[in-house]
Design a binder for this molecule. Structure first.
Ligand SMILES: Nc1ncnc2c1ncn2[C@@H]1O[C@H](COP(=O)(O)OP(=O)(O)O)[C@@H](O)[C@H]1O
Ligand SMILES: [Mg+2]
Ligand SMILES: [Zn+2]
Length: 178
């Protein structure tokens, strides 16, 4: 078996395995169980507290094909594809290095394509904080206002490393656009 980075090996795979964030995981589990999943989520907090892991668990849960209410099952084709990093409908974007207007236009062009394998296309936009800090990012944010979300992209996990002031950016460029 090929060597695997430790953070991938020990990445939590279910909501129950995410330590110390029960208030978040409980809310997300309830949303899944009741079928009331919002189209965008904003996760904030210091590095290494489980934002990316939680976003990936949520991506699995919304697309999980298991009959049971315990989602994600980590056994169906969709869950396995996400765990093995081969799910094309889960798109992770590093917003710190994709800050140009063209980057956002490219994203907007693709967002309307229907998912290939999964029920919902999921975008995880990481380090969005940067798009407030850079002027380039500010322009990209404006370009993004036209349509980052769509009927096909059902969930967007949005990540920041630190501060709540990035809320403004995210709410404007993603959530507001529902
Ligand atoms: N709340 C948590 N519960 C269990 N493991 C965690 C948690 N937060 C972080 N980890 C561990 O740290 C690694 C990095 O976490 P990650 O989800 O990428 O953090 P973030 O996106 O908040 O920086 C994970 O692979 C996991 O092994
Ligand atoms: Mg992260
Ligand atoms: Zn599953």
């Amino acid at each position: 078996m090929p060597a695997q980075a430790l953070y991938l090996k020990y990445r939590p795979r279910t909501f129950g395995e995410v330590e110390g964030q029960e208030h978040i995981t409980r809310t997300l589990k309830n949303a899944i169980a009741s079928g009331r999943v919002a189209h965008a989520y904003l996760f904030t907090g210091p590095r290494g507290t489980g934002k990316t892991s939680t976003a990936r668990i949520l991506a699995k849960a919304v697309n999980c094909m298991a009959e049971s209410s315990e989602k994600p099952c980590n056994e169906c084709e969709i869950c396995r594809a996400i765990n093995e990093e081969r799910m094309l409908d889960l798109i992770e974007i590093d917003a710190a290095s994709n800050t140009s207007v063209d980057d956002v236009r490219d994203l907007r062009d693709k967002v309307d394509f229907h998912p290939g394998q999964a029920r919902y296309k999921v975008y995880i936009i990481d380090r969005d904080r940067r798009c407030v800090e850079h002027k380039r990012g500010r322009r990209a944010r404006l370009a993004g206002q036209g349509g980052l979300s769509s009927r096909t992209s059902k969930v967007q996990g949005i990540h920041h490393r630190r501060s709540p002031y990035a809320f403004e950016c995210c709410i404007q460029c993603i959530a507001q656009d529902a």
